[in-house]
Design a protein around this ligand. Structure first.
Ligand code: GTP
Length: 597
């Protein structure tokens, strides 16, 4: 294909502003998929994505579009994830294309992720076409939102395309704008092959599928290729484009996007951002590399039923085939038994992986409180990473502790600003900026990630009735006065409940946790002390009183089936309890005890 007739682009938007709906419309209007095969939200291939309306894995589709100028163009759309956890995937896909459609919901205006994604596109030197969506709704205010785009983001919005991805209004204008306003790719067909590895995933029938963007040269089926970073050599078995189902193609030239298979065993054998070239006639310089995504949020996952441990291991290993972005290692906990310590790109990533394990593999899991990676500067000069508060060494060996800080951008209607500031302040935030766009404020805070990973987002949504939007990026590691707080139940420390806290907040956190546990742990035949401690010093204490009456007595005398039913219920309930010493702790307590509201 002539370079002049190719356009490569992505769609960026805040969550729910209509990115997937627009992608579906573009595909539908150009007849890429027959009407009867059109499922809504075609690009969100995984069930969970569809249910939650969140796009997680970057997908791509090749569209043929006969433009008004009489020529037929190849439009390659790369679908990018919209959520903050996946910012890394967004930035990687952006390098593979030359332009973006910036979709803004005309009833909502610019939100935190509109801003973050727009800047990522600008950083990748993209041409941006602003698109105002949902103009079918009476509440839409396209003119006001145009002004907002110019004010807040600082790009020209005078040519923004008004559309309704739902009803189809304006979709032909979007296609024309892509052709007229986005640049065509550059590249040299006669140069040695240079292609970027954009993404890879595991397909149960084909094995690992690798998505590439060709920069220079031509790749053909049967070629012997080399991955420049890993040095691995492969033969190309299958070469295809995505429409969005795979359609075989003889070759891919400069500017083109497609996929290949090459008997690669696992996703972990491929590096996103790697340069692919020919084994015999390699290009002289690799593309600038990408740093691999680092897990930032860790938590423990344990089977509710200890007998499911092997099943959990199997499930995690299978998932890892397709997702190289989480880490896992075995963990044993005195309270919870055998499980895994897992690392994720963010909270949403954690939720998605846990949900998939529970649903696709039918497992019941206990998740311990998410924690961040602390850096321990030991007295002997060593720097250690702490992934689990339970592993915190004795403080006498530790010189100081650093924690990750983030730069959080929150956009919120004026009315709720006070509540947002209070929330950020409560979470040890430092205000960096506060500006206004119309009746909405944009606040920027420097916050400890540890204070955000747990329930910050939920709290933000609840204090602003859902009107605030949030985005963050990593800032730096910084020293603070952090200590490990242990929880003791019946005088024994419960490892899964240990947390790292700021010393100034330890007492109030400890008090709240003890009070909550007092509510969460059922009464036993004896008195149970619940304590919070730092080192050997108890900082808070509650007591669960002993049970007075034997409740099972109520079962006697009733009819047999009812009694049986009650016993069944008891058995099921027992499964949800963890025996800890002489005390039974309900699994729900491991998370509920940590909530700060
Ligand atoms: P993520 O995949 O979560 O990033 O969201 P998205 O940006 O892809 O949004 P999506 O396309 O899922 O649309 C969000 C919601 O808005 C859905 O309920 C759509 O049906 C609705 N929607 C999208 N476009 C329009 C539109 O033009 N008009 C109206 N009224 N609703 C729309």
């Amino acid at each position: 294909t002539e370079l002049a007739q190719i356009r490569n682009f992505s769609i960026v938007a805040h969550i729910d502003h209509g990115k997937s709906t627009l992608a579906d419309r573009l595909i539908q209007l150009t007849g890429t998929v027959a009407e009867r095969d059109m499922k809504s939200q075609l690009l969100d291939s995984m069930d969970i994505e569809r249910e939650r309306g969140i796009t997680i894995k970057a997908n791509t589709v090749r569209i043929e579009y006969p433009a008004k100028d009489g020529k037929t163009y190849i439009l390659n759309l790369i679908d990018t994830p919209g959520h903050v956890d996946f910012a890394y995937e967004v930035s990687r896909s952006m390098r593979a294309v030359e332009g973006s459609l910036l979709v803004v919901d005309a009833t909502q205006g610019v939100e935190a992720q509109t801003l973050a994604n727009a800047y990522q596109a600008i950083d990748a030197d993209h041409e941006l076409v602003p698109v105002l969506n949902k103009i079918d709704l009476p509440a839409s205010e396209p003119e006001k939102v145009k002004a907002e785009i110019e004010d807040v983001i600082g790009i020209d919005a005078s040519q923004a395309v008004p559309i309704s991805a739902k009803t189809g209004i304006g979709i032909p204008d979007v296609l024309e704008a892509i052709v007229a306003r986005l640049p065509s790719p550059k590249g040299d067909r006669s140069a040695p092959l240079k292609a970027m590895l954009v993404d890879s995933w595991y397909d149960p029938y084909l094995g690992v599928v690798v998505m590439i963007r060709v920069m220079d040269g031509v790749i053909k089926k049967g070629d012997r290729i080399k991955m420049m970073q890993t040095g691995a050599l492969y033969g190309v078995d299958k070469l295809a484009v995505l429409k969005p189902q795979m359609v075989d193609i003889a070759e891919l030239g400069p500017g083109e996007i497609g996929v290949f298979t090459a008997s690669i065993k696992q996703v972990r054998d491929t590096r996103v951002g790697d340069t692919i070239t020919h084994e015999k006639k390699p290009c002289d310089k690799a593309l600038p590399g990408f740093k691999p995504a680092q897990p930032v949020v860790f938590c423990g996952l344990f089977p509710v039923d200890a007998a499911d441990f092997e099943a959990l291991r199997d499930a995690i290993e299978k998932l890892a085939l397709n997702d190289a972005s989480f880490s896992y290692e075995m963990e044993t906990s005195a309270a919870l038994g055998f499980g895994f310590r897992m690392g994720f790109l963010g909270l949403l990533h954690l939720e998605v992986v846990r949900d998939r394990l529970e649903r696709e593999y039918d497992l019941d899991l206990i998740t311990t409180a998410p924690s961040v990676v602390f850096k321990l500067h030991m007295r002997d000069g060593e720097v250690r990473e702490l992934h689990n508060p339970a592993d915190m060494p004795d403080l006498t060996y530790v010189d100081h502790i650093e924690e990750p800080r983030i730069k959080a951008t929150i956009m919120v209607p004026d009315d709720y600003l006070g509540d947002v500031l209070k929330l950020c302040q409560d979470r040890r935030g430092i205000q960096m900026d506060l500006t206004y766009a119309g009746s909405r404020a944009m606040v920027v805070y420097d916050l400890p990630l540890a204070e955000v990973v747990f329930d910050f987002y939920d709290r933000l949504k609840s204090v602003t009735k859902g009107y605030a939007s949030f985005d963050y990026q990593m800032l730096e590691y910084r020293e603070d006065n952090l200590v490990k707080m242990s929880i003791l139940v019946n005088d024994e420390p419960v490892d899964a409940l240990s947390i790292m806290v700021h010393r100034d907040r330890a007492e109030s956190r400890g008090r709240v946790m003890c009070e909550k546990l007092k509510e969460l742990i059922p009464r036993h035949m004896f008195k149970i002390p619940v304590q919070a401690a730092i080192g050997g010093r108890v900082i808070a204490r509650e007591t669960i009183a002993a049970m007075r009456k034997d409740v099972t007595a109520k079962c006697y005398g009733g009819d047999v089936t009812r009694k049986k039913k009650l016993l069944e219920k008891q058995k099921a309930g027992k499964k949800k309890m963890r025996q800890f010493g002489k005390v039974e702790i309900p699994q729900s307590a491991f998370i509920s005890a940590l909530k700060m509201d």
